[in-house]
Ligand binder design. Sequence first.
Ligand code: GLP
Length: 241
Amino acid sequence: MRIIRAKDYQDMSRKAANIISAQVIGKPDSVLGLATGETPVGAYRKLIEWYEKGDLDFSRVTTVNLDEYKGLDKWNKQSYHYFMNENFFKHVNLLPERCHLPDGTEENAEKACRAYEALLRALGPIDLQLLGLGHNGHIGFNEPSDRFELDTHCVSLSESTISANRRFFAPDEEVPAQAYTMGIRSIMQAKKVLVAVSGKEKAAMVRTAFFGPVTPKVPASVLQIHSDAVVVADEEALWKV
Ligand code: GLP
């Protein structure tokens, strides 16, 4: 696992975007695994900027997102589908039919997860998986558990995740309690993993996840044994290591 030190959020975003951009330039038909949350927004902005300058072409890229809230459709402003459209998809020349997320509108969890897992397998290994780091060490929505959940699954979100994500919802809105998430296998089978981390409130988890024991109680810790994992973190996120 390689750790790249960035000065601040801007620098972290630029460094992360550079890695994604190198992937797309080197392999124009890459399968990119994408993430939501506040952390990757700056990297998406950089990619959009470089696309607008004519330096990037996403026309042959396929994307697969890590997760989606159960019960939210793509027009719901809190859905990850909406988030990806607003923050990335609609600004670049990705083909909509090549942008995939789990289907939050499918009420039958088994069916939704089976369909997404089949899609992931059909696409083959992800070339580059972008990840954020949850406050409790989750990746995607793989929450702390007694075992690594390998396949796409429906997860009941922990109280800490629900409260961490409450900031994206209006005060009177319910944060969904369940989500569909890619499992650890697809993440670990990705040829390259890029973890973006920023801010001092992630510092303790950076130390636990990347310098502590590998355990399903800290899902991100499994990335320590990935053969090509890069963590791009700013100084605040790294101050405890
Ligand atoms: C959510 C997402 C994760 C993301 C995490 C951290 O729970 N499901 O994929 O990494 O939040 O988000 P942030 O970057 O906003 O801290």
